[in-house]
Ligand binder design. Sequence first.
Ligand code: UT7
Length: 365
Amino acid sequence: MHAAITGWGKCLPPAVLSNRDLSTILDTSDEWIVARTGIRERRISHVPLGELAYVAAMRALACAGLDGGRIELIVFGSCSYDDQVPNMASGIQLRIGAQEAAAYDINTACTSFLYGLSTATALIRTGVVRNALVIGAELISPFMDWGDRDVAVLFGDGAAAVVLEASARAEGLLAEKLGCYGEAREILRVHGMGGRYANRGMLYGITRWQFEGQEIFKRAVQGMSGASAEALARIGARPQDVELVVPHQANLRIIEAVAKRVHVPMERVFVTVQRYGNMSAATVPVALCEALEEGRVRAGALLLMPGFGGGLSFCAHAVRWGERTTALGASSAELPPNERSALELIRDCLARKTRPAPATTEPFA
Ligand code: UT7
């Protein structure tokens, strides 16, 4: 039994935050950001995470020609929940009418969608469920420290989802390598998100980022390229068999370094980082949707999806595409209209920031 990808849908909030916009509030420039990261602009959401994910989910369901009521499993990959309890997946279950579905969230930071793809595929392969909706969605903007140029220029908001269905054909996720450099977990920490800040006189979500960019860069290249080699080896595939790499999109230089180590030319790598920045768990599924829209995914193609994120988690997934590369239907689901500019939206976050989270890793400091 395999788990074919039969539906895909994305939802990008409309407000665009350009590098030039950022240079009006931070000591940075379009030239620096483009040269060091490849990022030109990113999106800022005017709605909660659940709303972005719901629209993406409805579009993925319509693409698969499946009614929400028939979904048996919902996996919501994210690290920027609207709420921790109740979880995000149960909200999607309610809104799409998947009354019989199991629903859980998964958080491995930027790799959450890919780890969700692994668990959902495994549950289909073992016959626990016959289909699944896997979401990768992230609302980084409310958690961003907009005064810190080291991180504020890198991230954006967005969501996408895929539908998986049991199939007797060898398609969907064929093999993956999952891993984690736990010993390096402190090089990417967001102070202010989590139980150590709750009910201690600090507002949950007032954040300060601990972020060692160069060390993360090295680990990202090492983790993604090593996992890619291993995932391909597990199915006996060579680099030349890979028709398209759809990688996590954090930095163009990281993507180029991984492509070089994996021996796949950049013409066969799909890049969206210039448009959206790093949307964490949403980058791979959004890029997959756009690769399909642009006709870059051929029926039967072998795709490679390397990822890395906080933890530091890393992985690579080898996916065999099925026969259909176009949507069966379209959804009328849309976000509510937005009147405000991206700068106005992030100024809301700045205005609410009164006291930064202390730099502590002690549970009761
Ligand atoms: O999903 C996980 C997310 N994390 C990542 O993807 C991060 C991976 N790391 C990276 O992408 C890169 O390390 C960065 C883009 C974060 C930084 O690029 P870099 O080439 O490693 O730059 P750097 O940290 O070595 O900084 C070079 C200079 C420094 O100035 P000095 O010390 O040379 O005078 C920084 O202070 O650039 C300065 N700088 C900036 N200048 C303008 C740092 N951030 C900025 C900025 N604008 N936004």
